[in-house]
Design a binder for this molecule. Structure first.
Ligand SMILES: N[C@@H](CCC(=O)N[C@@H](CS)C(=O)NCC(=O)O)C(=O)O
Length: 331
């Protein structure tokens, strides 16, 4: 927190790079690592989506933490006996401690854990997706899209930087502001950027180029949580997503694209935010609404053209063990 009450995100991550040539000691290798996520977390959601779109499920298994955590650690309380079946731990903290004895910073998801040693390799959300896109190409499924075309590099970087500051992190800066002034500044900045995004997306189907890229993957998980969480819990309430026609249609289009909507669990997402942030919601009551069925209504964005997967193809359904129950999604 800054002196004027602004929320300041801790961005000191464990951030070794997993690469094709293993130059940092961590080679991309099938079955060696475990991606640890929680369904509620938007930063983790980006890694789940990229893993799905690139078809990396068979080579990079995924562990899913329960929706809640205490001040010490995320836990594997969705698994039998509360133990991750591969890592054999109850607490994700144990994997951070294996990497850095006495670890005293955030125990965050997403994290990639080296299965043989049980140690976290990286918890850097954007490096994780970039490396899955660039360094794991030998293991991408046939038809995997190019989410980061070299020719669009600069535009993806610049749009993603604005989206990160004002939207992805912007909703947190609204929610965790500790002064009226800091909240209002974050709110203005968030909705100004959402207006900018609406104008950009009015005539083009995706954020950069004519196909889905990393830039869409960065934006979408924040939009997916907007009405269920950020509008109320974080006071991002100039309008709901469902009252911003262009962004709402864009977000529905991606929801209905394999690899996006099938990663969202609204039940766990709401439990996460409303039960963990007791400073914002001391009763820990989880709201019953909103009705998510609108996500499945027609969006008409295909009329703008675009090729969702570029020269590639859509991914198949998620592995059985990773399917979100329909009652936890859009129904
Ligand atoms: N480390 C990344 C993203 C990870 C992150 O903040 N995840 C949240 C959940 S949405 C978390 O794990 N929080 C637990 C904690 O900070 O104790 C960042 O700061 O941008």
């Amino acid at each position: 927190m800054s002196k004027t009450g602004e929320f300041v995100r801790d961005t000191t991550y464990l951030d070794a790079r997993i690469t094709a040539d293993g130059r940092d000691g961590w080679p991309a290798e099938p079955g060696r690592y475990r991606l640890v996520v929680a369904r509620g977390c938007p930063w983790a959601n980006r890694t789940i989506i990229v893993r799905r779109l690139l078809g990396l499920e068979p080579v990079l298994p995924m562990g899913i933490c329960g929706p809640e955590h205490d001040s010490r650690s995320w836990t594997f309380d969705l698994d039998p006996d509360g133990l991750d079946p591969v890592l054999g731990v109850h607490y994700l903290r144990d994997c951070y401690e294996k990497a850095v004895p006495g670890y005293d910073r955030g125990v965050t998801v997403p994290a990639i854990v080296d299965i043989p040693t049980g140690a976290v390799v990286t918890s850097h959300f954007s490096h994780i997706t970039l490396d899955l896109e660039h360094e794991w190409t030998a293991y991408h499924r046939p038809g995997a899209p190019d989410l980061y075309p070299e020719a669009l590099h600069d535009e993806i970087e610049s749009v993603s930087a604005l989206v990160y500051e004002d939207v992805n992190n912007g909703v947190y800066r609204c929610g965790f502001a500790a002064s009226q002034q800091a909240y209002e500044a974050a709110y203005e900045r968030l909705f100004a950027r959402l207006d900018w995004l609406s104008a950009r997306l009015r005539g083009q189907r995706y954020l950069v180029g004519d196909a889905i890229t990393e830039a869409d993957v960065r934006l979408w998980p924040t939009l997916a949580r907007f009405d269920a969480v950020y509008h109320g819990h974080f006071k991002c309430n100039r309008a709901k997503l469902s009252e911003m026609p262009v962004l709402w249609a864009y977000a529905r289009d991606l929801w209905q694209t394999p690899g996006f909507g099938d990663t969202i669990d609204f039940v766990q997402t709401k439990q996460h935010y409303y039960r963990v942030h007791t400073g914002l919601n001391p009763t820990q009551i989880v709201p019953a609404g909103p009705d998510p069925s609108g996500w499945l209504t027609p969006h008409h964005r295909q009329e703008l053209g675009g090729r969702p997967f570029g020269d590639g193809t859509p991914p198949g359904p998620p592995p059985e063990a990773e399917r979100v129950p329909p009652a936890h999604g859009a129904g």
